[in-house]
Design a protein around this ligand. Sequence first.
Ligand code: CAA
Length: 256
Amino acid sequence: MAVTLKRDGDFAVLTLDRPEALNALSFAIIGQIGEALDAVAEDRTARALLITGAGDKAFCAGADIKELRSRSLVDQKRGAELGQRVFAKLDDLPIASVALVNGYAFGGGMELALACTFRLASANAKFGLPEVKLGLIPGYGGTQRLPRLVGEGRALEMILSGRTVDAGEAERMNLVNKLIEDDLLEAGKAFASTFTRYSLPVLNFARRAVQRAHDLPLHEGLRVEAELSTLAYRTADAEEGMEAFEQKRKPEFRDA
Ligand code: CAA
């Protein structure tokens, strides 16, 4: 298996494990990521998903270029659709995901990080969409997710130049949430712990509302927010949270 899925306390940890090819995404690996994400979706006990790459050099160096060369045009389209479909599963997971970028995040690797809810980067992280250098353009969501995150100008600059962005610049341009000097996995768990103690269904309503902000005009987005905030209001956890406030005690959420 080039993808491993393990439990670490409250967290599911998915590791791309093909360090000899800098964790490059073959068709087979993308399929395995899809299976792992399905398993995470079914496991109702993990409270956040952490995604990282094996070895100390790369999170993921992108689509497997050797395999790309041998694909027909039809295979290429199916490949892009498969990658997009698998990465989109991260949006639909019942828990938030955190990319722990521990080295190169190039091409499809950066697109995987972009599809996660959050991104943390170690000091040696390097981000890039170098597809133009191969005569290609990003195919696993980069042209759509990057401008939503950093704005059109910065996204176009990265996509048209194929320029590599180091960890510091990535943080300054909002590509990553946080730069990590110490152990990345421990930092990822600490980061996720800032929200995993809250009610999972309520966190999901908040994620869904923010996801829709990209697709909808403001007045429709506000309508979605009103609906989702009403659903949150109706949960037992909302009753518990507000009662605990009045009683000046810590709430005990039950994900209900
Ligand atoms: N696909 C297949 N193999 C890859 C790979 C990739 N994307 N990236 C690295 N490798 C392999 C190398 O071929 C090499 O294998 P061999 O030892 O068998 O030759 C091994 O990993 C180590 O790589 P390097 O020797 O190149 O390591 P380096 O430290 O000198 O350079 C790097 C690191 C700058 C990341 C360089 O490997 C590189 O530029 N890789 C390609 C990055 C890239 O272009 N990614 C985009 C792919 S296209 C895409 O992703 C399309 C999309 O949108 C889905």
